[in-house]
Each structure stands twice: as C-alpha cells, then as structure tokens.
Design a protein around this ligand. Structure first.
Ligand SMILES: CC(=O)SCCNC(=O)CCNC(=O)[C@H](O)C(C)(C)COP(=O)(O)OP(=O)(O)OC[C@H]1O[C@@H](n2cnc3c(N)ncnc32)[C@H](O)[C@@H]1OP(=O)(O)O
Length: 163
C-alpha cells in the first residue's frame, strides 16, 4: 500500500512540466545537486523537445516527466525533478517510475517545495500505471524521502565510467 503524503501547492507557486523557457532556471537549480557543465540553450531546447515526444507503447503515457515549481511573481525556477517511466517485460509488461535529478534552489529550501515536487512526481508515476516508484539518494537525504512516504529497499550499486 502506498502511503503518499498530501502536500498542497503553496500560494504564489505553480507546478508544471518543464518548458524551453526554463533553461536558465533549471540549469541554475540543478547545479545545487551536481555538475551540470556547459549545456547550451539550444541543447536544452532539443532535450525538452525529445522529452515531450517520447511516449510508451501502451496508452498516452510520457516516458519522461520533467517538472518545475515556479515562483509566480518572479518567474524563478524554485525546484526541478523528473520521473522517468521504464517499460518492463516482467510483471505483465509493468511500468516502473524512476525519480531523478531532484533539486530545490537554496533560497527556496525548507518551504515544503521538495516534498511537493516528490508528491507530484509520485502521483504522475502512479497515474501513469507504475507498479512502483524508486529512487537513489545520498544517506543524508533518507529522512527527507521517508517524510515523503518512501522506505529503504535494497542497496544502490554502480560502476562509474572514467570520463
Ligand atoms: C533522487 C535524487 O535526485 S536525490 C537528490 C536530492 N537533491 C539534493 O540533495 C540537492 C540539494 N537539496 C535539495 O534540493 C533539498 O534540500 C531537498 C530536495 C533535499 C529537500 O527539499 P526542501 O524543499 O528543502 O525540503 P522540504 O521543505 O520539502 O522538507 C520536507 C520535510 O523534510 C525535512 N527535510 C528536508 N531535507 C531534509 C534532510 N536532508 N534530512 C532530513 N529531513 C529533511 C524537512 O525538515 C521537512 O520536515 P517536516 O515536514 O517535518 O517539517
């Protein structure tokens, strides 16, 4: 049974899919999470277009679900994240949602926007038909995700390319 935490959009903020116009705000916000590198506005626009055209074989389901929370008065991107829906063979061609690249701008942290974003991405995944939603995170963020209704299951393992 999924225990999602109800979080309302606070007054003065909106949540929606990423658009090409979000270039600067998304890049700035993501750089809180990790190195973004030299991504041009053109590259960003092409990737947003790609995300908006990828649908799963069954039904009208987006594979990529990139979202932003925007401060209405300034148009600033306050938070960003994505839920990517994987088409599997197991579980009768089931779907799994992967929450990725979550970042809340430093000036917007502590206002429940992170929880709102996770709640929205989880809802998008479940409404798309996913039988589970998963994510990897740093141990220091476990308590945050627990407050969003997630629980620890398994261990992340990786091999990194020598780039
Ligand atoms: C799958 C991934 O992408 S993992 C990567 C996550 N991103 C990052 O680490 C980037 C830098 N950090 C951030 O962007 C933000 O600090 C986030 C996403 C971790 C949290 O976002 P915020 O908007 O600041 O958190 P929010 O205000 O929604 O907090 C909700 C609750 O979690 C708690 N919380 C938030 N962060 C943490 C934390 N690191 N540890 C413990 N509790 C936390 C809050 O105190 C709050 O608790 P309450 O409901 O009892 O008051």
């Amino acid at each position: 049974m999924t225990k999602m935490v109800e979080v309302r959009v606070p007054n003065g903020f909106s949540i929606r899919r990423i658009q090409k116009q979000d270039y600067e705000g998304v890049i700035k916000t993501l750089s809180i999470l990790t190195t973004v590198g030299a991504v041009t506005e053109k590259q960003f626009g092409s990737i947003v277009e790609y995300w908006d055209t990828q649908k799963l074989p069954k039904g009208d389901v987006y594979k990529y679900n990139p979202y932003v929370i925007v401060e209405d008065s300034t148009g600033k991107v306050a938070a960003t994240g994505n839920v990517i829906i994987e088409q599997k063979l197991i579980h009768e061609c089931g779907l799994v949602g992967h929450i990725e690249d979550i970042a809340v701008g430093s000036e917007f942290q502590g206002k429940k926007l992170g929880a709102l974003l996770i709640n929205k991405l989880t809802e998008v995944g479940l409404e798309s038909g996913c039988y589970k939603i998963i994510l990897d995170c740093d141990p220091k963020n476990v308590a945050f995700y627990e407050k969003c209704g997630f629980h620890t299951a398994g261990v992340e393992m990786q091999i990194k390319a020598n780039l």
